[in-house]
Design a protein around this ligand. Structure first.
Ligand code: GLU
Length: 452
């Protein structure tokens, strides 16, 4: 029987090899570290997982596609971006995961997101593998026509790699309902197929699921509520800081408010807004979703209760709960120390990997309940899988039914993570619980399906 420390040494060697074989991909290294650091107990306890090649296969994407995306701007100038789709693991179902359009996108970022997605999707209990894609295209300040031409060019290459039984993209940062519409239109035109299940996050009326736009934010709040319940508390009357002002942040604020908490912040890359009375969602939605503006406009129009802090960090605002919902590594060690000093009780990740590893350790050491993104933000992709189910059946469910399923899935993810952590001597450690539970499901399927 191998001990945990011998197993950890083997995993550490593997991590060094991963860094070597994937140079200049710090986000992917970080995501791999975060998972492999927690697997020693399960690999030591179950010898089949120590089988040579299993974890080596898990950290190597099944397929990676990189392509040129040429398009013309409104002045007729040709622009060239880079497109990516990383099909990481399909042991549990078709590759599933969003597309991110943001200037920071590169292969390492897409690999980190795709790797996270494998475990997140496994935790939902549904039949979806892990993948991710995107482009370094910056939609900010681009006209609708430019965004459309970009999406059409992107899909002109991507279509040959995807399909409802193969790989099903969706949205992520910079890709919302508008982009999914343009992408779907081009897919339909090229293939001459009405294949609704090839993309999720579609519009209502042409195959989209009710509650899909809300699902990531709603799900994260339900996960935070479950963590609080474990400690004999609920959301009622709690003050919450939320970062970001995109889809995840907006619906996080909406659900927090509905459940009696006071969500007092939102942010974008220019700074943050703090509103003592709680964020006015109608105003925020108008500015972000209709006008596609910046958060300082919110403070200008809201009146005395709100102020805009240029360049500031939302984590400086004292709160009981923190829900990072913007982007990776947005909450570091210093921020964690500030949150702890201000008495934070729970941190739940709406974005993917928003908390740095040092910050996670600090929060856990201080006894703060910490919900990792793979578990806490899995509601979005879970409802995507429900959208696929509705598309296959050529039907659509009521909002109440989708919301009920989402609530059941989030409760079950919470229970799985909690129980798995206890089983492996890490009570209350949702990071370990999520990683091990996700890993077990994928690893069992990979072992059963042979060396492929
Ligand atoms: N981009 C989302 C995520 O990070 C959703 C993916 C999907 O719906 O496929 O999980």
């Amino acid at each position: 029987m191998t001990t945990r420390s011998e197993t950890q040494t083997t995993l550490d060697h593997l991590l060094t090899e991963i860094e070597h074989r994937n140079p200049a991909q710090p986000e992917f290294h970080q995501a791999a570290h975060e998972v492999l650091e927690t697997l020693a107990p399960v690999v030591a306890a179950r010898p089949e997982y120590a089988e040579p090649g299993l974890i080596e296969r898990l950290v190597e994407p099944e397929r990676q596609v990189i392509f040129r995306v040429p398009w013309q701007d409104d002045q007729g100038r040709v622009r060239v971006n880079r497109g990516f789709r990383v099909e990481f693991n399909s042991a549990l179902g078709p590759y599933k995961g969003g597309l991110r359009f943001h200037p920071s996108v590169n292969l390492g970022v897409i690999k980190f997101l795709g790797f996270e997605q494998i475990f997140k999707n496994a935790l939902t209990g549904l039949g979806i593998g892990g993948g991710k894609g995107g482009s370094d295209f910056d939609p900010h300040g681009r006209s609708d026509a430019e965004v459309m031409r970009f999406c059409q060019s992107f899909m002109t290459e991507l279509y040959r790699h995807i399909g409802e039984h193969t790989d099903v993209p969706a949205g992520d940062i910079g890709v919302g309902g508008r982009e999914i519409g343009y992408l779907f239109g081009q897919y339909r035109r090229i293939t001459n197929r009405w294949e609704a299940g090839v993309l999720t996050g579609k519009g209502q009326g042409w195959g989209g699921s009710l509650i899909r736009p809300e699902a990531t934010g709603y799900g994260n709040v339900l996960f935070a509520a479950a963590m609080l319940r474990e400690r004999g508390e609920d959301l009622e009357g709690q003050t919450a800081v939320v970062s970001g002002s995109g889809n995840v942040a907006i619906y996080t604020i909406e659900k927090l408010t509905a459940l009696g908490a006071n969500a007092v912040t939102c942010s974008d890359s220019s700074g943050y807004v703090v509103d003592e009375k709680g964020i006015d969602l109608d105003l925020l939605k108008q500015i972000k979703e209709v006008e596609r503006g910046r958060v300082d406009a919110y403070a200008e129009r809201r009146g005395a209760s709100a102020r805009f802090v240029p360049g500031g960090r939302v984590w400086d605002v004292p709160a009981d709960l923190a829900l990072p919902s913007a982007t990776q590594n947005e909450l570091d060690e210093n921020d964690a120390a500030t949150l702890i000093r201000n008495g934070v009780k729970a941190v739940s990740e709406g974005a993917n990997m928003p908390t740095t590893p040092e910050a996670v350790h600090l929060l856990q050491q201080a006894g703060v309940a910490f919900g990792p993104g793979k578990a806490a933000n899995a509601g979005g992709v879970a409802v995507s899988a429900l959208e696929m189910a509705q598309n296959h059946a050529r039907t659509s469910w009521t909002a109440a039914r989708v919301e009920e399923e989402l609530a059941d899935i989030m409760t079950s993810i919470h229970t799985t993570c909690h129980e798995t952590a206890e089983r492996y001597d890490a009570p209350g450690d949702y990071v370990t619980g999520a990683n091990i539970a996700g890993f077990e499901r994928v690893a069992d399927a990979m072992l059963a399906q042979g060396v492929i």
